[in-house]
Design a protein around this ligand. Structure first.
Ligand code: NAP
Length: 507
C-alpha cells in the first residue's frame, strides 16, 4: 500500500478491493472526520457495507461529544472572516469545488454505487445534479440583493440587507448521499455561513470525498466541517448548541419531528426536507402506454428509495386493464443486479431490513385484497434485493398506500371521477411531489390547483434541478432548497432605518 493511502486510512485496515480497483484517485476515500481544516480520528469506528454484496467496504470514525463541540467551535471561529469575504471571493472557492467535483465524477459515482447500491448511471446523474447546485449558488451569491423601501418616516432611508445566519448544521440521508449535501452546503457557503455536516452513516464516503475535494480547493480552516458517529448524539448537539444558528435536515418525517423539538430550545431556524408519498394521476385522454412508461420511470428510480417515487398510481377505470398490461411490459425491461454492472437498471435496497419491510408491505396489501399483477422473475444476487412488483386494486386501508414505501413496489388503483382521484391523491400526511399525465388543459389545471403538494409535475418525470424551489408542504417539510429561494434558509433579512443625519455645527 502506498504511503499516501496508509496515511488516509487509519485503524490499520484496507478499503475493499473493489474500492481500490474502481477508483482512479484512491485518496478520495477518507475515513476521518474533518474539522478546522484537518482530518481527525475519533476513538472508535464502525463498518460501512456495500448493500449489493453485504461486505464491508471500509470503516469510518466515531467522534466523541467533545469533538463535535470542537467542530462547532471551529465553524463559529471561521464565520466572521468567511462572511467578510466578497461574494465573488466565496464564489471563486465554490467554482473551484464545482470543477473538482466534475473532474472526479467517475470516482464519486463509483464510490456512491459501492456504498448506496444505486446504478452507475443513476450515480453519475446524481453527481452532476449535485455539482449543479454548487455552480448555481456560486453564481447566485453576487445577486443576494436587499431592497429599498419607500419611507413612511420623514427624511429616513429604509432598506433591507440579507445577512448570513452563522454556523449551520446540515444533516443528510443515505438515498442521495452527494446532492443532498451540495444542495445545502453550496447555498450556505455562498451566502457566507460556515457548515458542520453530519452525513448518513450508511453512505459517509460520498460525503467525505466531497470534503476531500473541498480541502484541495483551499477553503479556509473551519468553513467546512464534517462529523461522523452516533446520529442521536451529534444531532442533539447540533440542535442544542446556541452557536449553531440554523439546521437544515433531509430525511424521514419521524426524525425531522424529533429534531424540530430538539431545536426549539435555542429557537433555531429549521428547514426540513422530509418524506413523500407521491400520487401519479393518469388523465382520461392520455396515451395509456406513454403514461405507463412514465409511471415505471417515476416509480423505480433509485430502486424506489426516492422521496419523489410515484407510490400511488391512479388510472381511469376504462383504461385500467390496458394500463396494467402496459406497465407490466415496461417493468419487464428492468434488470436487477449490482449497480456497477452497466446493464443493470435497478440495484439493491439499502439494507436487509428495507427488503423485509418491502415484503411486509406486499403481504399486507395482498392480505387486504390487492392483486399481484407482476413481479420480477430474474435472479436476485443478494438478501438486500427486492423484486420489482406491481400490485393492482390498492386501497387506502393498505400500508403500501398510506406509507412512504421506499421500495420497488408499485400500487395501482382505478378511479371513476377526477375529483375523487385528486381527493385520494391528497389523502396522505405527506405533500412533497405529485405527477399528472394527460392533455386536457382544464383537467390539468384542476390537478395543478387541487393537489396539495409542494411540487406538481405534468407530463414530465424529471422535475428537479438547481433552479427550481424543491420542497414540500404538510408533513413533507419546511422551506425550499435550490432556486432563487435557496438562500432564505441560511440568511436573515435585516431592516435598516437611516433617519435624518443630525446637523454638524460648522457644516
Ligand atoms: P433518516 O433515518 O431520517 O436519517 C436521516 C439522517 O438523520 C441521517 O443522517 C441519520 O443518521 C440521522 N438520524 C437518524 N436517526 C436519528 C435520530 N434518532 N436522531 C438524530 N438524527 C438521526 O432518513 P433516511 O432513512 O436516511 O432517508 C430516507 C428519508 O429521507 C425518506 O423519508 C425520504 O423521503 C427522505 N428524503 C427526503 C428528501 C427531500 O428532499 N424531501 C430527499 C431525500 C430523502 P444515521 O444515518 O447515522 O442514522
Amino acid at each position: 500500500m502506498d504511503a499516501a493511502i496508509q496515511h488516509t486510512h487509519s485503524f490499520g485496515y484496507k478499503p475493499s478491493h473493489d474500492m481500490m480497483t474502481c477508483l482512479s484517485d484512491v485518496r478520495l476515500v477518507r475515513n476521518h472526520a474533518y474539522m478546522n481544516g484537518k482530518w481527525v480520528d475519533g476513538s472508535d469506528f464502525h463498518p460501512v457495507e456495500n448493500p449489493a454484496t453485504n461486505q464491508p467496504i471500509g470503516y469510518i470514525t466515531k467522534l466523541s461529544a467533545e469533538q463535535i463541540d470542537q467542530a462547532i467551535e471551529a465553524a463559529d471561529r471561521a464565520f466572521q472572516p468567511w462572511r467578510q469575504f466578497s461574494a465573488e471571493q466565496r464564489a471563486d472557492y465554490l467554482m473551484r469545488w464545482y470543477q473538482s467535483i466534475l473532474d472526479a465524477k467517475n470516482d464519486l459515482a463509483h464510490l456512491m454505487v459501492m456504498e448506496q447500491g444505486k446504478t452507475l448511471a443513476e450515480a453519475l446523474g446524481e453527481v452532476e445534479y449535485g455539482a449543479s447546485f454548487v455552480r448555481w449558488f456560486a453564481e447566485e451569491a453576487r445577486r443576494s440583493y436587499g431592497k429599498t423601501i419607500p419611507s413612511h418616516i420623514p427624511d429616513a432611508q429604509l432598506s433591507t440587507i440579507r445577512e448570513p445566519i452563522g454556523v449551520v448544521g446540515l444533516i443528510t440521508p443515505w438515498n442521495f448521499p452527494n446532492a443532498m449535501i451540495t444542495r445545502k452546503a453550496a447555498a450556505a457557503l455562498a451566502i457566507g455561513c460556515t457548515v458542520v455536516i453530519k452525513p448518513a452513516s450508511d453512505t459517509p464516503f460520498s460525503a467525505l470525498a466531497l470534503v476531500e475535494l473541498a480541502d484541495r480547493c483551499g477553503f479556509p480552516a473551519g468553513v467546512f466541517n464534517i462529523v461522523t458517529g452516533d446520529a442521536a448524539m451529534i444531532s442533539k448537539q447540533l440542535c442544542s448548541s446556541p452557536k449553531v444558528k440554523a439546521l437544515s435536515f433531509t430525511g424521514s418525517t419521524k426524525v425531522g419531528k424529533l429534531l424540530l423539538k430538539q431545536a426549539a430550545d435555542t429557537v433555531k431556524k429549521c428547514s426540513m426536507e422530509l418524506g413523500g408519498n407521491a400520487p401519479f394521476i393518469v388523465l382520461d385522454d392520455m396515451n395509456v402506454d406513454q403514461a405507463a412508461k412514465a409511471a415505471v420511470d417515476a416509480k423505480f428510480q433509485t430502486s424506489g428509495q426516492d422521496c419523489l417515487a410515484a407510490n400511488r398510481i391512479f388510472v381511469p377505470r376504462r383504461h385500467y386493464g390496458e394500463f396494467l398490461a402496459s406497465f407490466t411490459q415496461h417493468m419487464s425491461r428492468i434488470v436487477v443486479g449490482n449497480g456497477l454492472d452497466p446493464n443493470v437498471t435497478l440495484g439493491p435496497l439499502i439494507s436487509l431490513q428495507a427488503a423485509q419491510h418491502a415484503e411486509d408491505l406486499v403481504q399486507d396489501a395482498l392480505d387486504k385484497g390487492a392483486r399481484l399483477i407482476s413481479r420480477y422473475q430474474g435472479h436476485l444476487p443478494g438478501p438486500n434485493y427486492y423484486p420489482p412488483t406491481l400490485l393492482a386494486d390498492v386501497t387506502s386501508k393498505m400500508k403500501v398506500y398510506l406509507e412512504e414505501n421506499f421500495c420497488p413496489v408499485a400500487g395501482v388503483l382505478a378511479y371513476d371521477d377526477l375529483d375523487e382521484a385528486i381527493k385520494m391523491g391528497n389523502e396522505t400526511e405527506y405533500g412533497l411531489a405529485a405527477y399528472v399525465y394527460g392533455h386536457n388543459i382544464h383537467d390539468i389545471y384542476r390537478c395543478m390547483r387541487g393537489l396539495e403538494f409542494g411540487m406538481v409535475s405534468v407530463n414530465s418525470v424529471k422535475m428537479t434541478g438547481h433552479s427550481i424551489p424543491f420542497g414540500g408542504v404538510k408533513q413533507s417539510g419546511l422551506g425550499r432548497e435550490g432556486s432563487c429561494y435557496g438562500f432564505d434558509e441560511f440568511s436573515e433579512i435585516k431592516y435598516c432605518c437611516l433617519g435624518e443625519l443630525p446637523t454638524v455645527s460648522g457644516c
